[in-house]
Design a protein around this ligand. Structure first.
Ligand SMILES: [Zn+2]
Length: 308
């Protein structure tokens, strides 16, 4: 069984006209998941994450300041390309809360896996800084919750968004019981993600892809770097930063993947979860900026999760 977590509040974060991280992204994903193929999805509203949950990975002063900075009207810029509107605080709290609720559901055995259709994305958010369209690092909030509340000893976060998840890497680097593994275009935004960045505990696995790379390079990165690292680590919970901006139609990057590649990667990760994690997977939407490609890629991803 697969649970879909989302919340209408995630539509009310609006960085403004022309911004690629727009509410229509989530509407497109939810519309695709309204197809009869997805009737078996169990749909739940995500709660708002609490301060206690968020401050496991973010500095308390930063969280307070960010939420106090949410504008009453208009927009506020918090980073070169990160903008908050009046609905942004609630959206970010629901996005992080989805990760927490999905971890709870999967760890209690209510479902084998869960997909969180939320925005804003989170993987660029650093402990003390919002950046790259991201306010709170939702997947890290979920991982920290799994560790603190469910006593999960080994948590792997696999990130196939086309951008490197610098924030998640920072949060993982000093935590020996987390593993962060990423494929991403490199060199590219945000500049991190070299193979030489390995974490304090050898618990970061970066598998960078050159601009123009496609199916063969992506699958080789999984087969040669990411899947072997996951098998060595033997995660008790597998989490996925599911960004779909490595699709060839995506306007922000230059990697040549399609829906079949995201389905293939998801299948491979389901295999890892079945070998080591009792099948437990929590996946969160990160990027993906071509609405058609985003919707069909997220649908392909969820279809594999539902069949797991
Ligand atoms: Zn991205």
């Amino acid at each position: 069984m697969t649970i879909l977590f989302s919340n209408p509040d995630c539509l009310h974060h609006n960085p403004g006209p022309g911004h690629p991280e727009r509410p229509e992204r989530l509407q497109a994903v939810l519309a695709a998941l309204d197809h009869p193929d997805f009737a078996a999805l169990v749909r739940r509203l995500s709660p708002a994450a609490t301060a206690e949950q968020i401050t496991r990975v973010h500095d308390a002063g930063h969280v307070l300041a960010l939420l106090e900075n949410v504008p009453k009207s208009g927009t506020v810029r918090v980073d070169a390309d990160t903008v908050m509107s009046p609905g942004s605080g609630d959206a970010a709290l629901r996005a992080a809360g989805a990760a927490v609720a999905a971890v709870d559901a999967v760890m209690k055995g209510e479902a084998a896996n869960a997909f969180c259709a939320v925005r804003p994305p989170g993987h660029h958010a650093e402990p003390d800084r919002a950046m790259g369209f991201c306010l709170f690092n939702s997947i890290a909030v979920g991982a920290a919750h799994a560790e603190a509340v469910h006593g999960v000893a080994r948590i792997a976060i696999v990130d196939f968004d086309v951008h490197h998840g610098n924030g998640t890497q920072t949060m993982t680097a000093g935590r020996p019981n987390w593993l962060y593994a990423s494929t991403h275009q490199y060199p590219y935004y945000p500049g991190t993600g070299s193979v030489r960045e390995r974490g304090e505990y050898n618990n970061v696995v970066n598998a960078p892809l050159n601009a123009g790379a496609g199916r063969a390079e992506f699958r080789a990165a999984f087969e040669e770097a990411i899947l072997p690292a996951l098998d060595r680590f033997r995660p008790e919970l597998l989490m996925i930063s599911a960004g779909f901006d490595a699709h060839r139609s995506d306007p922000l990057a230059a990697i040549d993947l399609d829906e079949d590649d995201f389905a293939w990667a998801t299948e491979a990760l389901v295999g890892v979860a079945k070998r080591h994690s009792g099948g437990r997977i929590v996946s969160l939407l990160e990027g993906g900026y071509d609405l058609t490609a985003l919707a069909s890629s997220a649908a392909a991803h969820v279809r594999v999760l539902m069949a797991a």
